[in-house]
Design a binder for this molecule. Structure first.
Ligand code: HSE
Length: 299
């Protein structure tokens, strides 16, 4: 009586939707196996893959806490044992904690007498994400669970909307070999923002979503720009500006920080993807940073 689920990595914010917009990146992800056990509660049997030194106490582990909140809330008369296989590097800005929480609740859901909806699973996965980052944001959880480009409005009763993306669009991800803590990258952010930047960013978010819905690549190019968060965070990533310039020079529609970083993403059309990826990797190398890079469709 066991089930395995895969949950993809995700790009939080997508430059213009801080904490509310994200998209999945199916090429990499985490895998969790849930097994029904007689002993009540949650037990973490193993953690493997790219990251092994994560907490084994369910309350301190993102997948553990997500499934534990499910077991408690549903008052299950059995327990669940988890095996976690990490495919997403830690502290990379690729939504690794969200992916483990999502894979955990999806696998556990298969063991329930009556399965839950994705929206119900989202709420349990959020309990896991909270353990990792100390804050409630859904821009990684929602796309990792639903797939594609996802906008989430509201926290207590979230409305989750999947946004269509023009089929020629690809995402290039470049992960420099360094880590950043989401917590620290949130703490440096200013609490007050200049009104003109709020207006500019609102226009960009509206323009970006409209461009996606209407398949207007020119509008996406015009609006895929973060004028509020990226200017504050880019100092945390050596070579960021050079990497972004390289991506734009090779035809990217836009380039920014994935989630809290240090991974950098670029949106582009399929024919330019390889050249953009190589240019971004070379730009990080000039700052003595080795990196891994991937290209994916937006499904
Ligand atoms: N929206 C969050 C942030 C995502 O940028 O802090 C973290 O992955």
């Amino acid at each position: 009586n066991s089930a395995t689920a895969f949950a993809p990595a995700s790009i939080g914010n997508v430059a213009v939707g801080f904490d509310v917009l994200g998209h999945s990146f199916q090429t990499i992800g985490d895998r969790v196996t849930a097994r029904r056990i007689a002993e009540p509660g949650v037990r973490i049997a193993s953690i493997g893959g790219l990251v092994c030194d994560l907490p084994r106490e369910p309350e301190k582990n993102t997948a553990g806490m997500a499934v534990l909140s499910m077991v408690r809330d549903l008052k299950l008369d059995f327990g669940i044992e988890l095996e976690i296989e990490k495919g997403i590097p830690l502290g990379s800005g690729l939504g690794g904690s969200a992916a483990s929480a999502v894979a955990g609740v999806v696998a556990a859901n298969a063991l329930l007498p009556k399965s839950l909806t994705k929206l119900e699973l989202l709420k349990f996965a959020m309990k896991g994400e909270e353990v990792a980052s100390g804050s409630v944001h859904v821009d990684n959880i929602a796309p990792s669970l639903f797939g594609g480009l996802v906008l989430t409005v509201g926290i207590d009763n979230p409305n989750v909307k999947q946004i269509p993306v023009p089929p020629s669009v690809r995402c290039v991800l470049v992960h420099p070999h360094m880590t950043l803590s989401t917590r620290a990258a949130r703490e440096i952010l200013n609490r007050s923002i200049d009104l003109s930047n709020v207006i500019w960013q609102s226009a960009n978010l509206a323009g970006f979503l409209t461009g996606c819905f209407t398949g207007d690549l020119r509008l996406i190019r015009e609006s895929l720009e973060d004028v509020i968060i990226e200017p504050q965070r880019k100092v945390l990533i050596p070579g960021f500006q050079a990497v972004k310039d390289a991506a734009l020079k090779h035809g990217a529609l836009g380039c920014s920080i994935s989630g809290a970083g240090p991974t950098v993403f670029a949106w582009c059309e399929e024919p330019q993807a390889t050249a953009i990826r190589d240019a971004m990797v070379a730009a990080f190398a000039a700052y003595k940073l080795d990196s891994d890079a991937w290209i994916s469709t937006l499904d």
